[in-house]
Write a protein that binds this ligand. Structure first.
Ligand SMILES: NC(=O)c1ccc[n+]([C@@H]2O[C@H](COP(=O)([O-])OP(=O)(O)OC[C@H]3O[C@@H](n4cnc5c(N)ncnc54)[C@H](OP(=O)(O)O)[C@@H]3O)[C@@H](O)[C@H]2O)c1
Length: 334
């Protein structure tokens, strides 16, 4: 471990930032080249498409048994079949999970038996144009990106503990930088709804989830969060054409094309896979990574494009959010 020269602030516990030999261009398979995951059991939410599918490919190819948790298990069939034909790949199958529905999360948890070595909280939705509510009244981005994953991790805690050295990986985003979690009005009941603020706060909550999970360290469970970078996937489906043009990823004819710093899905999934399975991450918990390196702590505002905001790794906020999430889930399931 060496000091990250990019760091301009302390990492969460003031220990040196973790560096790896990998770069923004490294792929998911490269970061775990030579790692044998035979016999390890993994769950990847949203594993049927985009970054989740690449995460599943890399983990299964390294030998892990992977459960793809998706709203539509049928959509995972091509990937399941593809990996069944790969020599040495672990078994892969899909199970239904709708993170915005606590009943569905509960059913997934009840259906899980035995230990769980790796939980990749990858599924997400971005920038729903109008305030949309989950059936129980939660704002949909918060419900899907954070509350559903918090309920899932909490429900699977015993299975993770049983693994002895389990890892939780939470896929956040650089969008967390300008939007701290709003403890007063998380569901936009009183403040005007803003699609990007709702996404950003849910991604701050995701980082805080990883920090709050330090309470499980004695169970051998580590948790880390990450920003995968910019990748064209299904995630942009709710973004209108004007915004896509403003981002520079749509031309006048409506063709979508990546900018030079955009990653391929294989590169975009690399940091998730690094955190999930690399020996370099052994025992590391409560940290935030991007481009396969631990990110420096930054002030946290809209003008910043990298690093982790202080508001997202604040241990007091993480504990407060843990209590908030626990109460929210209890209120909806009783
Ligand atoms: N792409 C980027 O540039 C970028 C940048 C920063 C962060 N991220 C993060 O990366 C993660 C993966 O996104 P992606 O880019 O791979 O987009 P994607 O292809 O749209 O994948 C998102 C996945 O989330 C799943 N999902 C959505 N709502 C769900 C729900 N209620 N319950 C269960 N699963 C649900 C979808 O699966 P089903 O529809 O099959 O259920 C889909 O497979 C997200 O957390 C996203 O915020 C992406």
């Amino acid at each position: 471990m060496a000091t990250n020269p990019r760091a301009d602030g302390p990492s969460r516990d003031d220990s040196p930032a973790l560096t790896t030999p990998f770069s923004a261009q490294s792929t998911a398979r490269e970061v775990i080249d030579g790692v044998n995951l035979s016999g390890r059991r993994a769950v990847v939410t949203g594993g049927a498409s985009g970054l989740g599918a690449e995460t599943v490919r890399a983990l299964a190819t390294a030998g892990a048994q992977v459960t793809i948790a998706t709203r539509r298990p049928g959509s995972a069939e091509p990937l399941v079949e593809e990996l069944a034909a790969v020599d040495g790949a672990g078994p892969v199958h899909a199970e239904p999970l709708d993170l915005s529905d606590p009943t569905s999360v509960d059913a997934f948890v009840r259906g899980w038996h035995g230990r769980l070595d790796i939980l990749v909280a990858n599924a997400g939705i971005m920038a729903l144009p109008t305030r949309t509510l989950a059936p129980n009244g939660w704002e949909m981005q918060l419900a899907t990106n954070y509350l559903g994953h918090f309920a899932l991790a909490s429900g699977l805690h015993e299975a993770l503990r049983e693994a002895g050295s389990a890892r939780i990986v939470v896929v956040s985003s650089g969008a967390h930088l300008g939007d701290p979690f709003d403890f007063v009005d998380p569901h936009f009941e009183d403040r005007p709804y803003d699609p990007w603020a709702a996404y950003g706060q849910s991604k701050s909550a995701d980082v805080l989830l990883a920090v709050g999970a330090r309470r499980w360290a004695a169970d051998g469970i580590t948790a880390n969060a990450l920003n995968p970078g910019y990748i064209l996937t299904g995630l942009q489906r709710h973004v209108d054409d004007d915004t896509m043009r403003a981002f520079g990823v749509m031309d006048d004819e409506g063709r979508v094309r990546p900018l030079s710093y955009y990653k391929t899905p294989e590169q975009g999934a690399a940091t998730s896979v690094l955190l999930a399975a690399s020996p370099l991450l052994e025992g590391v918990t409560g940290r935030y990574f991007e481009d396969n390196q631990e990110a420096p702590t930054v002030r946290g505002d809209q003008s910043e494009t990298g690093g982790v905001a202080a508001h997202a790794i604040d241990p007091d906020s993480a504990d407060r959010l843990w209590d908030y999430g626990t109460a929210a889930i209890r209120a909806t399931t009783t």
